[in-house]
Design a protein around this ligand. Structure first.
Ligand code: MLT
Length: 312
């Protein structure tokens, strides 16, 4: 069986695929060289992708031998599920493998953005010493609003409580018990969370329901000086609305790891000083990548062999 890997996964994952007797081709350019991908994909039984490769109807029409799509990460938002289902293609992912890294990166963005750490670092590296432009705010005593109290949101919630933050969350799909378990106050409505929060951190998957859920209307309700973090998926915070809210001084800082279009070097967010941006690094740690790589390799192999797969 032939497996194509189009995005960077850990060497341990590639080895695991090879050790299972698969013929493995690794070509990271294929996630952006669409024509070439569409041309070669008919030769493969399985593909392993991360966030950039678009596995959609056009892709499936060319993938005439494909049996398995492995998404090395949490969620499947770059995979069109309907097209896979109607062709009997199995889609597997790794929802547990990088949650700690994503939570830690969210917290990193939160702290770095509210203390202006990257901006100050850039300033001093340019051989300037001046403390006047970088005054930040403390976390202690502030309210953190978490949108989505799932695997990653709950890790962020419990960690930020140790900073003395009050944590509230909006998640209509989570039981009362789960809110209680994490000591998080439940907000029935998103607007209540938005009105009360000093910081808002996004931890939902990207769906039709969540896309653009923090937009102009929400920023109008928000506290002046609110700070936002999005390490989930681009577009859950509407990028145009965020740019506007920052220019109007409603949002004091933003920590952003994900953009609607990726890869992206032209977003207007890049031009705003108090936005700090990383290029979708939430899952990029040694531990998470080893975990994701090995897990997705085993799942793809099991699915190709017709065995039970936990995250299919
Ligand atoms: C995830 O879905 O877990 C990550 O966004 C995957 C990635 O880093 O590409």
């Amino acid at each position: 069986m032939k497996v194509l890997v189009t995005e960077k996964i850990a060497d341990k994952g590639i080895e695991a695929l090879k050790n299972s007797g698969m013929e493995v081709d690794v070509d990271f350019q294929l996630c952006v060289e669409r024509e070439r991908l569409l041309d070669v994909i008919k030769n493969y039984d399985a593909i392993v992708v991360r966030s950039v490769t678009k596995v959609n109807e056009e892709f499936y029409q060319h993938a005439t031998n494909l049996k398995v799509v492995g998404r090395a990460g949490n969620g499947v938002d770059n995979i069109e599920m309907e097209g896979a289902t109607k062709r009997g293609i199995i889609v597997v992912n790794t929802p547990e493998a990088n949650t700690v890294s994503a939570a830690e990166h969210s917290i990193g963005l939160l702290i770095a953005s509210c203390r202006n750490i990257p901006q100050a670092n850039g300033f001093i590296k340019n051989r300037n010493w001046d403390r006047s432009g970088f005054k930040g705010v403390e976390l202690q005593g502030k309210t953190l609003g978490i949108v989505g109290l799932g695997r990653i949101g709950s890790l962020v919630a419990t960690r930020m409580q140790s900073f003395g933050m009050k944590v509230v969350a909006y998640d209509p799909y989570i039981t009362e018990e789960r809110f209680k378990k994490f000591g998080v106050e439940k907000k029935e409505k998103l607007e209540d969370l938005v009105k009360e929060s000093d910081f808002i951190s996004i931890h939902t998957p990207k769906t039709e329901e969540t896309f653009g859920m923090i937009g102009e209307k929400e920023f109008k309700l928000a506290k002046k000086g609110v700070r936002v973090v999005n390490c989930a998926r681009g577009g859950i915070i509407c990028e145009d609305a965020l740019v506007k809210a920052m220019k109007e001084g409603i949002v004091a800082s933003a920590g952003i790891d994900v953009l609607v279009d990726e890869p992206n070097t032209t977003s207007p967010l890049l031009d705003i000083d108090n936005v700090i941006i990383t290029p979708h690094l939430g899952a990029d740690t040694v531990e998470a990548q080893d975990n994701v790589g090995v897990t997705i390799a085993h799942e793809v192999v099991s699915a190709l062999k017709g065995e039970m797969v936990p995250n299919a």
